[in-house]
Write a protein that binds this ligand. Structure first.
Ligand code: UDP
Ligand code: MG
Length: 332
């Protein structure tokens, strides 16, 4: 954009990499990524977001930056999670196109030229489509398929099931994305929500290079629920249906009971059916209160409107702003 100082050529390509405790991957990542970027012949920057690493990820990044000024670092004040880290990277990126990828080489850099080719063909979003997930266990594959089926049923925003966070976005998409200020950041959904002309490029997703995935099954479940609650109000409406249906059957049953008293007279037994009914409807009500709680919690978080992340320091970026909505100091 026109803001770029005249000495520097405008950056064509920004690569955003969120990193949390990736000291084992950092050097191999740059060793494979840098040659690929040099071969594209484009001007580029690599934005590494240090998401509260407790190992020496930051030190390794700073050492590497000494001989590679294209490396820029955003050091967050603590771990805000991958989605927030991605957001901060997208906010700070200056390129005409922005690529987001993982640090652990599960997103192979040699796919990036294919992304660029599609972008130059006119696609505004190019996403990496995992070709096979055979390396994931059957349980992970099954739950992931289930999630996409449920999500796409419930939400008006449709997610391509094979798309992850490995993607290229044109500047127009980045600017659109920056306007979504929500704090429950389900990026997969947000990428899909903004629209634009999208295309998938298949790639083979290798095993994690080194270190450990930070996703436990419980975290994945939370993440999946987060996505559904953020992009659909169907779970709320569901209770209207369940309530209406049970009320209808209760009425039919009441009518039947009255009729039976008229025909056979009163009887006393009924303990089992009462207990079952109490327990069942007690459970149903608790679930519905829980669903309400999910949305109220979300409303609570959004109304506090805290920043999505806080930058401790940036390295190699000329704009030292702390976070996107930082209001100017009084008297500035
Ligand atoms: N990551 C992050 N913050 C977190 C968790 C992960 O920035 O709280 C980064 C991590 O360093 C990696 C990417 O997000 O670059 C993907 O993480 P991971 O490999 O653990 O996820 P998976 O590949 O299992 O989905
Ligand atoms: Mg990974």
């Amino acid at each position: 954009m026109s803001m770029t100082p005249s000495e520097d050529p405008p950056i064509e390509l920004s690569v955003v990499v969120p990193m949390r405790n990736e000291s084992l991957s950092v050097s191999e990542l740059f060793d494979t990524l840098l040659p690929v970027l040099q071969d594209t012949g484009k001007s580029y920057e690599i934005l590494c977001i240090n998401d509260g690493s407790t190992d020496d990820t930051l030190a390794l990044l700073l050492a590497r930056q000494k001989d590679e000024p294209a490396i820029k670092i955003v050091d967050l004040s603590r771990g805000f999670g991958k989605e927030a880290a991605l957001t901060s990277g997208i906010d700070h990126a200056q390129g005409a196109a922005v690529v987001t990828m993982d640090a652990d080489l599960q997103h192979p850099p040699d796919v990036i030229p294919d992304f660029i080719a599609k972008w130059e063909e006119g696609y505004e979003v190019v996403y990496g489509a995992r070709r096979s997930r055979t390396k994931d266990g059957w349980l992970k594959r099954l739950t992931s398929q289930g999630f996409y089926a449920v999500f796409n049923r419930l939400s008006d925003t449709k997610l391509p099931p094979d798309a992850g966070d490995f993607r290229l976005m044109d500047r127009v998409v980045v600017e659109a994305l920056k306007r979504l200020g929500e704090h429950s950041r389900f990026m997969k959904g947000m990428f899909a929500w903004v629209g634009f002309k999208q295309v998938g490029v298949p790639f083979e997703c290798p095993e994690r290079q080194a270190g450990e995935s930070q996703w436990s099954y419980f975290k994945l479940l939370r993440f999946a629920l987060d996505g559904i609650f953020s992009f659909s109000s169907a779970p709320l409406r569901l209770w209207t249906w369940i309530g209406t249906t049970t009320a209808f059957f209760a009425l039919v049953y009441a009518f039947f009971l009255v009729l039976r008293v008229f025909i056979y007279g009163r009887d006393v037994p009924g303990y089992a059916s009462i207990i079952v009914a109490i327990l069942f409807f007690g459970g149903v009500q608790l679930i519905s209160v829980g669903v309400l709680g999910e949305y109220i919690g979300r409303i609570f978080r959004e109304t506090k409107s805290r920043p999505i992340y806080i930058v401790k320091r940036t390295y190699g970026l000329d704009d030292p702003k702390a976070f996107p909505d930082a209001s100017p100091e009084p008297g500035d």
